[in-house]
Ligand binder design. Structure first.
Ligand code: 5GP
Length: 217
């Protein structure tokens, strides 16, 4: 991906449970320019999930201790469980020039936007609400009550789409990932992410007479 300044960027991907965020993010992170921030959560581990890869699973006490120590960039309660993002990881990866992906809910996304006003907020949706419901039921990870709670939450989250910078419809994982890569590439071309190049263009050596002379050499 072409980029001029070394600093990376923060890309937030939100969307209701069942929108396919996890699969799209996995596809994106096959590219080594992208780095996924692994969150902390007090939610119970699902079958097949791995500590440190899907989440850092922790107790409520451990979560509160991190939050009180100021180590979380943002945090939220989602359907009765706590979720939060490590501040240190995000800052280090941005310094390394990575596109850091936060797969977080709306509440957390808006907190991050307050702190990093150049964060890019993307909302991911399946093509229809009925598909969202089917995906939630078919993935078989939650009971009926939790699915209902997550759908109620989805209805609330959708109201916040206008606060986001982009809406990506997840019709096919590969397409959705490509759209997000296109967004990131375009974001890297924004002037505020290329201040050193702009400085070069304005440099002292931009003297019309000497530049003309050099052109005709
Ligand atoms: P799940 O339990 O399905 O893995 O995640 C539930 C919701 O919590 C999803 O919308 C997910 O994006 C969000 N989430 C995951 N990690 C974080 C986090 O660190 N902070 C916030 N605010 N939300 C998160």
């Amino acid at each position: 991906m072409a980029k001029m300044d070394k600093r990376g960027m923060l890309v937030i991907i939100s969307g209701p449970s069942g929108s396919g965020k996890g699969t799209v993010v996995k596809e994106l992170c096959k590219n080594s320019d992208y780095s996924l921030s692994v969150s902390m959560t007090t939610r119970a581990m699902r079958l097949g999930e791995v500590h440190g890869k899907d989440y850092f699973f922790c107790t409520e006490e451990e979560f509160v201790a991190k939050r009180e120590a100021g180590e979380l960039l943002e945090h939220a309660v989602f359907v009765g469980n706590l979720y939060g993002t490590s501040k240190a990881y995000v800052e280090e990866e941005i310094e390394k020039g990575k596109v850091v992906i936060l797969e977080i809910d709306v509440e957390g996304a808006l907190q991050v936007k307050e702190k990093f006003n150049d964060a890019v907020l993307i909302f991911l949706m399946p093509p229809t609400m009925i598909q969202l419901c089917h995906r939630l039921v078919n993935r078989n990870t939650e009971n009926k009550l939790t699915i209902e709670q997550r759908l109620i939450r989805a209805k609330k989250e959708i109201k916040y789409i206008p606060e986001y910078d982009y809406l990506v419809i997840n019709d096919e994982v590969i397409n959705a990932a490509k759209k997000i890569e296109t967004i990131a590439s375009a974001e890297y071309l924004k002037p505020h992410r290329n201040e050193s190049s702009i400085e070069n263009f304005k440099g002292d050596e931009f003297d019309v007479a000497s530049i003309l002379l050099r052109a005709y050499e």
